[in-house]
Each structure stands twice: as C-alpha cells, then as structure tokens.
Ligand binder design. Structure first.
Ligand SMILES: CC(C)(COP(=O)(O)OP(=O)(O)OC[C@H]1O[C@@H](n2cnc3c(N)ncnc32)[C@H](O)[C@@H]1OP(=O)(O)O)[C@@H](O)C(=O)NCCC(=O)NCCS
Length: 427
C-alpha cells in the first residue's frame, strides 16, 4: 500500500421524490450538475482528475457507461478512464471503495466517485418475443419477411416491461422482505414508526441549522420556465407518531407493519465524492476530512433475511480495521426500511447471532441510537439507489470533522442480500 485514500469533499443534489422536481431531467445532467459544483466548491482544476467511478442501478438505455459520459459532459480530462458500477443500493459504496483501491495502489491520485439514480425515468423495455420480432423485422429483406417476423408475437407480449425492485431468485420485493424481517425478528410497528419519526426530525433539524444545506448543491431545471431545486422534498417536519400509526401497511395489507411512513421512498438524486491520496490532497492545499480505513462486502441468502447484509459486513470491516464497535463514534446506516435498521441493530447486539452466524463468542456490540444518522436517514431524506452510499460517506465525513470524531462507520444493505460497510477515520 503506497498511500491512504482521503475523503476531501462530497456534495449531493437535493433528493426528491420520483416523479416530482427532477422528472424532466436526464440522469446524466443530474450527475454532471453535482460533479461540476463539487469541482467548483473545492476549486479543483478538472485536469487533476485521474479517474471517475459512478454507481447507477436502473441503467439508462443511452449510456452504456454513464461514468465515462460524465467525464465527457463535465469537461473532465478526455483521457480519464471511467467506469459505471452497480451494486444495487450500495453502488456508490462500491464506487468509493474501488476509488480507495486505485489510490492505495498508487494507480490514481484524484478520483471522483459517486452515484446517481433517476427513478422518474427508468428504462422501459419490451417483452423478449416482441424485441426479437422487431430485431428480425429490422433485418428483413422483404415486406413479407418483415410481417412474418411478428407471427409469434401475441397480445400478452405487447405491454412494456418496467424494471422492478423484486428479487429474481425469490420473487419477493424489498418491501416484502422487510416485512418478513419485521416478523422474524419481532420488530413492532411502534418501534418502526418511532425510528421513522426520528429520521424526519433529525433531517428537518439538520436542514434548519445548515448542516445539510452545506452538502447539497442546487440543481437548475431549465424546462417549464426554469427554476432552481434547492431542498429535499420528502422530509416531513410535521409528522408524528399518531400520523404514522394511521398509515396502512403496504406489503402485507392484512398483518403487516411496513408502511409508506417507515419505508424509504422512490427517489431521484445524485452525489459525488472527491477522493485523493493524502499526499496529493495536502500538496493541493486541501484538508482531508477522513481516511478510508477499511471496508467489507458480504452477502446473505436472499431467501432468508434479504436486508441483513450489514450485520455481517460491519463486524468484518471492524476486524479489518482492528477495531470494535465501541470505538465507533458516529454511524451512517442506510435506512431502506425501519424494520431493516432495527433488525440489523438487534443482530449486532445478539450473542446468539454472533455465535451461530459469525463464529464469535460475543455479540458484535451495541450502537447508541443517538450516534446513528444524526442528520436523518434514507426514510426522511430519500434513497436514490445509486447515490445513497456517497450521501452517507459525505455526511459522515462532514460530521466527523465537525465533532472531531476519530472513527465513523457507514453501512448499506442492498438487493441480492449484499451488505456493505466502510470505516472512516479522521486523518
Ligand atoms: C412504500 C411505498 C410503496 C410507498 O409509496 P407511495 O404510496 O407512493 O407513498 P406516499 O408517499 O404516497 O405515501 C402514502 C401515504 O402515506 C402518507 N405518508 C407517508 N409518509 C408519511 C409520514 N411520515 N407521515 C405522515 N403521512 C405519511 C402520504 O401522505 C400518503 O398519504 P395520502 O395517500 O393520503 O396522500 C414506496 O415508497 C416504496 O416502494 N418504497 C420502498 C422502496 C424500496 O423498496 N427501496 C429499496 C430499498 S433497499
């Protein structure tokens, strides 16, 4: 290892509910907007950027490598390689840890890593029979051949096919999996709603006192007369336990506890993080906020507790850092659902889980809830799949700097049963 990878700065767009303020925007434009603003705010010459890695889940049809398009659209060096990574909700974590690897090996000194999701504008595809027929018709040499290309296409093949947030191997949606976890782990509706309320209150407070404003860049939407989008639009400062308790369960209407109130919403947004070798940052006169100390990815069987990956990834990242959970002062834990967060915390505190699943003699440890998601989490802020990891790393690095906290942790659960954990330390 030649160098340590430093988080120098991070920035995100407002996170807005899908189908609202960014509905007319292109996904590349969203990524470009926040990346340009990050360069401007750090006063970094774009020519310094060696590499770009960007996460994205619902891949836009026109951009087979969105990260490389971002390089070209943002005026970054045309000689900078770029790759688009996908690890479901942990995609930006993957981008950041890939950037860490490049920097630590000395293969790059300045990397932009982040992610974007535009759920307002998902790629809609055709059924395989209709798609095959269209390809065949486009290659036909006569009208007769063109018409016969469609002979095997039935009415059922005509509707467009939209991407789903359903596990291919189990057929269960994320919400159904969260519901299953709530039942298996005995997570009550009241506890889920209380967690969701906390998420909204902390997010509203962090906007109020300027902490979130400092890490959110306005996006200028030029259609429909033009306007600047400056704020997240899902946070409900006025929600309450009473209002949350009135919401009906969504994924198991008869017996469920997971509602729109204690789930993260479908969201549009982008986030970019600037990583550098520690030496490069200092030579450019930039002060690193945090160093990537360790990370881990794990996976569980999706047929079990799909979103429990962080309960396995966190202890592994801790071991790799030579730390225990008690050493961690701040945590950014992605809130896909309150049931998933509470299940993860429960498992980390469980001696049985440690023995049976991790081969450890004692529980991983207990995290003080007051140290988790101090500026709100994905339930209130929203969750653009590809961007969330970069939002968590940015907020954590900023808060560690603000509090002079020595060590912090990010965790993200992801489709496929994957869990991600990243440990940051103050330089
Ligand atoms: C849960 C989900 C289906 C809800 O979607 P939705 O029905 O469009 O949600 P809405 O925001 O319209 O909320 C539904 C209702 O609850 C109300 N509501 C939502 N959150 C609330 C809160 N915190 N307080 C009070 N009311 C709330 C809304 O006002 C709305 O009420 P209305 O019907 O009277 O207008 C959707 O957000 C979802 O699929 N989330 C999960 C995404 C996912 O799986 N991500 C992957 C994670 S890894």
């Amino acid at each position: 290892m030649t160098s340590r990878a430093a988080i120098v700065a991070g920035l995100r767009t407002p996170f807005v509910r899908a189908g609202t303020s960014f509905a007319q925007l292109d996904v590349l434009e969203l990524a470009r907007s926040v990346t340009l603003e990050l360069l401007q705010r750090t006063d970094l010459d774009p020519a310094e950027v060696d590499h770009v890695i960007y996460g994205n889940v619902t891949r836009p049809v026109p951009y087979s490598n969105l990260a490389r398009e971002l390089v070209l659209a943002a005026g970054l060096p045309r000689t900078s390689p770029a790759d688009t990574v996908t690890l479901a909700c942990a995609s930006a974590c993957q981008a950041i840890t890939d950037a860490t690897n490049l920097i630590e090996r000395g293969y790059a000194e300045v990397v932009i890593a982040g992610g974007v999701e535009m759920l307002s504008n998902v790629p809609i595809s055709l059924s395989p029979p209709l798609a095959r027929a269209l390809v065949s018709a486009s290659q036909a040499r006569s009208m007769r051949q063109r018409i016969t290309s469609f002979t095997n296409v039935g009415l059922k093949d005509l509707p467009p096919v939209a991407p789903t947030i359903t596990e291919t191997s189990t057929g269960l949606s994320m919400g159904q999996s969260a519901e299953l976890m709530a039942k298996l782990n005995g997570i009550s509706r009241a506890d889920q709603d209380a967690w969701a309320l906390g998420s909204h209150r902390k997010a509203a407070a962090a906007w109020q006192d300027g902490r979130l404003a400092a890490e959110v860049a306005p996006v200028y939407v030029t259609t429909n007369g033009g306007r600047a989008v400056t704020r997240d639009n899902h946070i409900r400062a006025d929600t309450s336990l009473e209002k949350l308790a009135q919401l009906r369960p969504v994924f198991d209407r008869a017996y469920g506890t997971v509602t729109a109130g204690n789930s993260s919403p479908l969201t549009d947004g982008a986030a970019s993080v600037l990583l550098m070798s520690e030496e490069r940052a200092r030579s450019l006169g930039l002060q690193p906020k945090a160093i990537v100390k360790s990370y881990a990815y794990t996976a569980v069987d999706p047929a079990g507790q799909l979103l429990l990956g962080p309960a396995y990834a966190i202890p592994r990242a801790m071991e790799r850092a030579g730390l225990s959970l008690e050493d961690i002062e701040l945590v950014e834990m992605h809130e896909a659902f309150a049931a998933q967060v509470l299940s993860t915390l429960q498992k980390l505190e469980s001696d049985d889980f440690a023995r049976e699943e991790l081969g450890r003699s004692r529980a991983v440890g207990c995290i003080d809830p007051d140290r988790i998601n101090v500026s709100g989490g994905s339930i209130a802020l929203g969750h653009p799949f590809g961007a969330t990891g970069a939002r968590c790393v940015t907020t954590l690095a900023n808060e560690m700097e603000r509090r002079s906290a020595a060590l912090g942790l990010v965790s993200v659960c992801a489709a496929g049963g994957v869990g991600a954990a990243i440990v940051l330390e103050r330089p």
